[in-house]
Design a binder for this molecule. Structure first.
Ligand code: NAD
Ligand code: WQD
Length: 342
């Protein structure tokens, strides 16, 4: 019988790509999402790719009674992948209480239910934001975390601590925190992808919206960093590669291959790219000329970060495979599909 996996936030950007990969690997998926940052149409789009519409429940995981009720009537869940969270860095500065409540309480409710209903395994979406600006690059999982730059970033740090402390107290639970670097791109079918609300804060959606004519020009934030061309450097990882890492992490837990009850993995490509390199890569991949101008640095940005992926490569047996241009092309095909551009 197929193993049943709960995917919270499964109609969101990374969650939807992961649902497809889980289904392709033979797992049965149940999605919980409150649709605060996604839409139920995504379930139909998942079905168009995988042939299977996942079971779906719409409720807020910060609501303890509803979360408990869900587990009480949904037996057989063997593992949770917890994507559900609010993720806009700027908004978290304006609404810290909302971010702490949503992101921390959701995880606490889920872990209470893991203990109560005997759900042994959890994979958690963490972020390279926990490293801040590292003193040494690339960053390994042993690189010390730094004080968060935003309430959002702090929720990732505190949630990692909630996981680690709770797993220490409940040895029947095993968990993996995956620290994503910068996820970009869309499914190669262009049937699912990222759906930013309002003006995109992230680089690649801003690029594709500029290319599509929704924005006049991209502002490149800073050209005076100590990097190859002065623009800031990040480790951009294809969302399908990222999704596949979740399938590997789930199998590791279900097969008991984990070495510790709580493990942490960096998920990136291992390559740092500057903003201007991404802009050039987009133009090369798509043949579309991008309007852009250099402006001052964005407050709160770090200069450069990229992952040391050795631990994920060797221990998980997972490696990011897609090239930058293929990934940027997938983002563009998705944007064109959304806007009805031929
Ligand atoms: P997303 O907003 O597309 O998906 C998150 C989903 O969770 C949304 O569908 C939203 O409706 C849902 N959700 C939020 N709060 C909920 C709640 N209380 N109850 C039920 N559902 C709720 O975001 P994403 O980019 O797919 O990110 C997924 C996870 O990965 C998040 O935890 C995010 O912090 C983390 N992450 C994202 C990035 C990135 O750049 N996208 C980088 C590092 C980490
Ligand atoms: C990438 C680079 C910008 C937009 C954020 C969160 C982080 C994580 C991923 C969740 C930076 C530059 C951007 C633009 C630009 N999310 N840029 N013009 O800042 O690395 O990380 O998303 O955990 O927590 O902080 O990603 O895509 O916003 O920016 O020049 O219009 O592109 O300055 O150097 P970032 P990003």
């Amino acid at each position: 019988m197929a193993k049943k996996i709960l995917v919270t936030g499964g109609t969101g950007y990374i969650g939807s790509h992961t649902v497809v990969e889980l289904q392709n690997s033979g797992y049965e998926v149940v999605v919980v999402d409150n649709l605060s940052n996604s839409s139920a149409d995504v379930l139909d789009n998942i079905e168009k790719i995988s042939g299977i519409k996942p079971a779906f429940e719409q409720f807020d995981l910060a609501d303890k009674a509803k979360t408990d009720n869900f587990f009480a009537r949904t037996p057989g869940i063997e593992a949770i992948i917890h994507f559900a969270a609010s993720k806009a860095v700027g908004e978290s500065v304006q609404k810290p209480l909302m971010y702490y409540r949503n992101n921390l309480v959701s995880l606490m409710n889920l872990m209470d239910c893991q203990v109560k209903y005997g759900v042994a395994n959890i994979v958690f979406s963490s972020s390279c934001t926990v490293y801040g600006q590292p003193d040494v690059l690339p960053v390994t999982e042993k690189t010390p975390r730094k004080d968060a730059e935003s309430p959002y970033g702090n929720t990732k740090r505190v949630n990692e601590d909630i996981l680690s402390d709770s797993i220490a107290a409940h040895p029947e639970i095993t968990g993996i925190a995956l620290r994503y670097f910068n996820p970009i791109g869309a499914h190669p079918t262009a049937i699912i992808g990222e759906l930013p609300l309002g003006v995109p804060q992230n680089l690649v959606p801003f690029i594709t919206q500029t290319a599509a004519g929704l924005r006049d020009e991209l502002m490149v934030f800073g050209d005076d960093y100590d990097t190859i061309d002065g623009s800031a450097v990040r480790d951009y990882i294809n969302v399908v590669d990222l999704a596949k890492a979740h399938v590997v992490a789930i199998a590791r837990l279900l097969e008991g291959k984990n070495k510790k009850n709580y493990e942490i993995f960096n998920l990136g490509t291992g390559n740092g790219l500057s903003v201007l390199e991404v802009v050039n890569g987009f133009e090369k991949a798509t043949g579309v000329k991008l309007n852009y101008k250099i402006v001052g640095r964005r407050a709160g940005d770090i200069e450069k970060i990229w992952a040391d992926t050795t631990f994920a490569n060797e221990e998980l047996g997972w490696k990011a495979e897609k090239e930058l241009e293929e990934t940027l092309l997938s983002a563009w095909l998705w944007e064109k599909k959304l806007r009805g551009i031929k």
